[in-house]
Design a protein around this ligand. Structure first.
Ligand code: UDP
Ligand code: MN
Length: 249
């Protein structure tokens, strides 16, 4: 199913997984994209600590699995205030701008689930994103359209090293007018959504049986598990939800 060569291969969906648990999410991102017939490549960025077993599983479903260095905003204080001390590592996302073998990409967080074909996103320009439900003035970095560029990558690294994660998000206000907001991502209610983003500390892979999701979201959590389990081969046991991302709140 994967690896088809086509004229649109210079565009790709990209996700990131720095732990085996997030690899479970990444698998579902790729499977749901393929289920809905994307014509674009699907790329996973992983960090060196990801286990061999998870890499092999990703190789089965992604066109490319690329190892990148871990980046951490080290903005522990602000992230603790947000109750998400683990999120400094999401700065590793910035490496997506190094994928210059592609002319345009759509980044999808590993905690997203695609509900229909969303290739239309490639009609959007850098940088397109949806407003953050918590901070509508800021964009949510769970789904965004970007153009890989080493120049942009260097600028973002520089910016990140000076301002840290939460400040970074706030300072991006200044750039906001350049953004074209996506109307495709409904995070809270799911009605008419094309992509579900399970943002927040609870993820589908960590919530089996003891979920704090609303009734409305439960249907998407079930759909997520269906997508995860459907092709998971029993000889290579499914990566069990680990506690690694469930840091104290
Ligand atoms: N991520 C990761 N490892 C982590 C935390 C985050 O690989 O330990 C990546 C993953 O792609 C994830 C994204 O960074 O989807 C953003 O983190 P998360 O989705 O948990 O943040 P939220 O959307 O809940 O704010
Ligand atoms: Mn997310």
């Amino acid at each position: 199913m994967k690896g088809r060569i086509c004229s649109l291969s210079a565009e790709a969906f990209v996700t990131l997984a720095t732990t085996d648990s997030y690899c479970m999410g990444a698998t579902v991102v790729a499977r749901s994209l393929r289920r809905h017939g994307t014509t674009r490549h699907i790329v996973a960025m992983i960090t060196p600590n990801v286990s061999e077993q998870s890499r092999l599983a990703l190789n089965d479903v992604f066109d490319e699995v690329i190892v990148v260095d871990v980046m951490d905003s080290e903005d522990y204080h602000h992230l603790c205030l947000l109750g998400r001390p683990e999120l400094g590592i999401t700065f590793t996302k910035i490496h997506c701008w190094t994928l210059t073998q592609y002319s345009k990409c759509v980044f999808l967080d590993a905690d997203t689930l695609v509900l229909c074909n969303v290739d239309e996103l490639f009609d959007r320009d850098e940088l397109s994103a949806a407003p953050d439900p918590g901070w509508p003035d800021c964009f949510n970095s769970g789904v965004f359209v970007f153009r890989p560029s080493l120049h942009t990558h260097t600028s973002l690294l520089h910016h990140a090293s000076r301002h840290g994660s939460v400040h970074d998000n706030t300072r991006l206000h200044g750039l906001r007018r350049k953004f074209f907001y996506l109307q495709v991502c409904s995070c809270r209610f799911g009605h008419g959504a094309k992509i579900i983003h399970f943002l927040g500390a609870d993820k589908p892979w960590s919530s089996q049986g003891n979920s704090s999701y609303s009734h409305n979201m439960e249907q998407f959590v079930s759909l997520w598990w269906k997508e995860y389990l459907i092709h998971t081969v029993s000889s290579a046991p499914a990566v069990q939800p680990k506690q690694e991302q469930k840091k104290p709140q």
